[in-house]
Design a protein around this ligand. Structure first.
Ligand SMILES: [Zn+2]
Length: 255
């Protein structure tokens, strides 16, 4: 954490806008300054990426990078709460930047309308403090994992299908930590998609809110953050479970 800062170093407008954050003893002035200075990349602007980006922008994360290659469609609107009917056919990254700036014009937002695959230039992400993976396929997740491992960037990962969700935090910045592929060493050949199985927008909203909260906790150093962990959410049966992720010593990615 930074040395104790005085209130004078935040503008009056910031003190007002972020008052409810600053009143929290876990955040305070130091935490708000850390939030305003931090750089977070959000990959995938679907049902999970939209609420994640919205909460990080409203909380005052000062530098966001939004990555998505896709366009907004009508079938997105049951869950992708950052978009409206007026955004249909626009690039998601461009529409998200426009709408987030109408929420908070003080933050810096960079957009990349590219697919995350082996052709993606990872150097676009090396300066980011945290990467949040909100993508919907294992190929992209593996690529994001590789980027985070290579550059020792903490990864927060979220997924949802039907009435279930998962959130996992990987402290790639610390030594001997498990990675995403330690958790999923065998990738499923045919994992069900939202199109096939359905997804409730409030469940992706829940996962996105947890991802944003976890990111704020890491930035402000709140709670126990020095392990890699998985949260399993089952809203059909009203259950949350949290488990510690073990490192796979045979993992080909981080081993
Ligand atoms: Zn691993």
């Amino acid at each position: 954490m930074q040395a104790k800062k005085t209130k004078a170093e935040l503008q009056d407008k910031d003190l007002l806008r972020y008052n409810r954050n600053i009143v929290l003893p876990e955040i305070d002035i130091d935490g708000q300054r850390a939030l305003l200075k931090s750089k977070v990349a959000i990959i995938g602007l679907g049902g999970i990426g939209c609420p994640t980006a919205t909460y990080l922008a409203s909380t005052g994360v000062g530098h966001l990078c939004l990555i998505d290659f896709d366009d907004v469609t009508l079938s997105n609107l049951n869950r992708q709460v950052l978009f409206s009917e007026n955004d249909i056919s626009l690039k998601k990254a461009e529409a998200a930047k426009k709408n987030l700036h109408s929420l908070n014009s003080d933050i810096d937002i960079k957009i990349i309308s590219q697919k995350i695959d082996s052709g993606f230039d990872e150097h676009q992400l090396v300066d980011y403090d945290f990467i949040i993976d909100c993508t919907d396929n294992f190929e992209a997740r593996t690529e994001v994992n590789n980027i985070c491992l290579t550059h020792k960037i903490p990864l927060i990962s979220g997924a949802a299908i039907k009435l279930q969700g998962q959130v996992a935090t990987f402290r790639n910045d610390l030594d001997d930590m498990p990675c995403y592929r330690c958790l999923y060493n065998d990738l499923p050949d045919n994992s069900p998609t939202c199109l096939e199985s359905g997804i409730l927008g409030s469940v992706t909203g829940l996962v996105g809110a947890i991802l944003a909260t976890e990111c704020v906790k890491l930035i402000c150093n709140i709670g126990q953050n020095n392990s890699s962990k998985l949260m399993l959410i089952d809203m059909k049966n009203y259950e949350f479970k949290t488990i510690k992720i073990k490192k796979d010593m045979e993992c080909k990615f981080c081993g």
